[in-house]
Design a protein around this ligand. Sequence first.
Ligand SMILES: Nc1nc2c(ncn2[C@@H]2O[C@H](COP(=O)(O)OP(=O)(O)OP(=O)(O)O)[C@@H](O)[C@H]2O)c(=O)[nH]1
Ligand SMILES: [Mg+2]
Length: 321
Amino acid sequence: MTRTVEVSDLVDRARAGQPRAVARLISLVEDASPHLREVAEVLAPLTGRARVIGLTGPPGVGKSTSTSVLVSAFREQGKRVGVLAVDPSSPFSGGALLGDRVRMQDHATDPGVFIRSMATRGHLGGLSWATPQALRVLDAAGFDVVLVETVGVGQSEVEVVSLADSTLVLLAPGMGDGIQAAKAGILEVADVFVVNKADRDGADATARDLKYMISLGRRDREGPSWRPPIVKTVAARGEGVTELVEAVDAHHAWMTEHGELERRRAQRAASEVEAIAVAQLRSRIGDLRGGAALEQLAKRVAIGELDPYTAADHLIEGLQA
Ligand SMILES: Nc1nc2c(ncn2[C@@H]2O[C@H](COP(=O)(O)OP(=O)(O)OP(=O)(O)O)[C@@H](O)[C@H]2O)c(=O)[nH]1
Ligand SMILES: [Mg+2]
């Protein structure tokens, strides 16, 4: 049996809904296995269907709880749902994170749901490397919706945006939420704001602050633009989820109508290709002259014999030789 047959067999089984085949494919792309290229080739024509919805926000705001209730809502519509829980700070990968496992238990035996935790620490390019590949697997495997939960730590909030068609930013009532939101630049990335834990005091105030800030941020925009709605939810009790799904659907419809979906997906592909190209260049630079090229140039730069730009030119010339 040739390798190609094995990979396409794996893809067939993943499309038939076998979770083990999906998991195996994700491992292959995540670990940058020698089969990576082959997998990518087989997957490519099967992709482009899944809707990718990102959830981000501060720790403990209710992302996993919201993800779980969204899974239920999409399952009720008969859709197959994939979940990627991305933790950029964790070295643990593969199974579900402990907390998520508890929250996702409702879906553990549902063959229409696939849940995977991914750790991106240590991956070259972080989220930009491994997660898009896992998304491709889920897309090709026929999942209609993929929910990507990212723990909000600075850069990852911005990175999740380049992955998702729609980005949900979750906040909860509490002091300084509004200021935090502005600081983290999440006004820019949110397509839908969720004020979760609306059973707690201050939810209306948080929603009001957000509304004010959205109005400030939008003053000098031109062309058609999307005004991110604010949805209040009590994820722990499933309240507001219908409204949330409606808001996400409305955003999807708006994007489709204005060519934004295409634009975002092209942008997503661009950063994916760029990340791969940069990684390859870096590895080829590392291989130059048996790995000694950079070191030799660096020594000369360190003692002032060569300037760093000229040294970089030499490296690039070496690649072209
Ligand atoms: N009162 C209240 N508690 C909630 C609500 N939604 C979630 N919680 C609780 O908030 C805690 C954190 O919820 P998670 O869903 O794990 O939050 P998270 O954002 O995924 O957390 P991390 O992944 O650790 O960043 C849990 O104890 C939930 O039960 C809500 O609507 N109201
Ligand atoms: Mg979580």
